[in-house]
Structure formats: structure tokens, C-alpha cells
Design a protein around this ligand. Structure first.
Ligand code: ADP
Length: 210
């Protein structure tokens, strides 16, 4: 958290956990508190990033390529959207960020954390989220929610073991970074989850004012 700067908030979780459901609601809460807020998503959020998203979600590729394209999309988003917004005092809400690369490529695809940490250090040594909510659900519930909503992309079609490894990394990151990462039990109702988010947002607003 830098003086004069907005806060950088991210939502994370396995596909179907329910994170996208809360993005707009969080943005509205912050706007009602009088803040200037933008929301964006990863991969994507820029013209180049959205083209990379299409490739990433639908085309097979080597793991190294996938990881580098995630960071290519991230670099473009950071330089053109996130960093200018934070410097202008805006708050940024982002659907996924580098924790997702640790979880999906590092854990799900078993790349390990070291290459991801090295790329993060290169691409964004300074700009890191101030708060990350990880929406956590068991496999069965995530699958059920995905079935209800949409055609699956190639990440969403992965095996159960991939899901479990990805989820485990997210859970571990909440343990490793307790000041920043909050694990939200996303098997609860949307209203119950909003109560948790509401009190956390109030705390962030207080802390930011002070
Ligand atoms: P994600 O962005 O994590 O992939 P979504 O936000 O798209 O997940 O949610 C997937 C589906 O689950 C949507 O149909 C959404 O309405 C539903 N959903 C999300 N959160 C909950 C919840 N807490 N309880 C019941 N259904 C939920």
C-alpha cells in the first residue's frame, strides 16, 4: 500500500468456485464508499491480452509457452491498465492474477513455483495485490456450478487431480501469506459470502483512511 495510491484487490479460485459472481458486487461496494474503481480480468483486460486469452483458453501448447503467455498478458495489463490506475489513485479489482499462475501452472500442471516466482519478480517486482480473496470449494461443487453455466474451456476440462493440485496451492498460499490472502468458503450462499467480503472491505477502507 503506497501513499496516494489506490489498492489492488484480486479474486482467485478454481473454475466454478464463484469468484466472477462477486466482482461486480465488490466494485459497487467500493464505489458506494466514494472510491474511483476499475475492474479487469486475467488473462485479458487489454486488446493484446484478450487475444492471448483466446489462445490460452482454447489452443494446446507447451507448459512453458502457456506460462510465458500468462505473464505476457499480465505485463501488458500491468503497464497499460493496473499500474497507471493505481498511480492515479484508483482502486483496481482484478479477476485472477499471479496467484493463479502459481496454482494452475505451478500446481495443476506441476511446473513448480520457482519459474513462476522468477517471472513474477521480473514482471512485477513492486506491484502486488494488497488483498486477495481465494474462493474455495470442493471439486464436486465446482463441477456442478460449471455444468450449470457454460461450455468448458481447456482448463475447466482438466482431470480431478489437476483440480485438487490447483486448489491445494491456493490453500497453501493463504497459509503462506495470511496478511494478504483470505480463504473464503465459497460453498456457502452468495449472501453469506458477501457478509464476509463486506466486513473485510470495511476493514480495508478503515486501514486505507488511517
Ligand atoms: P468462477 O468465476 O469462479 O469460475 P462463477 O462466478 O462464474 O465462477 O460461478 C459459477 C456458477 O456458480 C454461476 O452459475 C454462479 O451463479 C454460481 N455460484 C457462484 N457462487 C455461488 C454460491 N455461493 N452459491 C450458489 N451458486 C453460486
Amino acid at each position: 500500500m503506497k501513499p496516494g495510491s489506490g489498492l489492488f484487490l484480486t479474486l482467485e479460485g478454481v473454475d466454478g468456485a464463484g469468484k466472477s459472481t462477486h466482482v461486480e458486487w465488490i466494485v459497487n461496494q467500493l464505489r458506494q464508499a466514494g472510491l474511483d474503481v476499475i475492474s479487469t480480468r486475467e488473462p485479458g483486460g487489454t486488446e493484446i491480452g484478450e487475444k492471448l486469452r483466446e489462445l490460452l483458453l482454447h489452443d494446446s501448447m507447451h507448459l512453458e509457452t502457456e506460462t510465458l503467455l500468462m505473464f505476457a498478458s499480465r505485463a501488458e495489463l500491468l503497464r497499460t491498465v493496473i499500474e497507471p490506475a493505481l498511480q492515479a489513485g484508483q482502486w483496481v479489482v482484478c479477476d485472477r492474477f499471479t496467484d493463479a499462475t502459481f496454482a494452475y501452472q505451478g500446481g495443476g500442471r506441476q511446473l513448480g513455483s520457482e519459474p513462476v516466482a522468477a517471472l513474477a519478480q521480473w514482471v512485477h517486482p513492486v506491484t502486488n495485490p494488497d488483498r486477495t480473496w481465494v474462493f474455495d470449494v470442493p471439486l464436486e461443487l465446482a463441477r456442478e456450478r460449471l455444468n450449470r453455466t457454460r461450455d468448458r474451456d481447456r482448463f475447466e476440462l482438466e482431470a480431478d487431480s489437476f483440480f485438487e493440485r490447483t486448489r491445494a496451492v491456493y490453500q497453501q498460499r493463504a497459509l503462506d501469506y495470511p496478511e494478504r490472502v483470505i480463504l473464503v468458503d465459497s460453498s456457502r450462499s452468495i449472501e453469506q459470502i458477501r457478509q464476509v467480503l463486506r466486513s473485510d472491505i470495511e476493514m480495508l477502507l478503515e486501514r486505507h483512511k488511517g
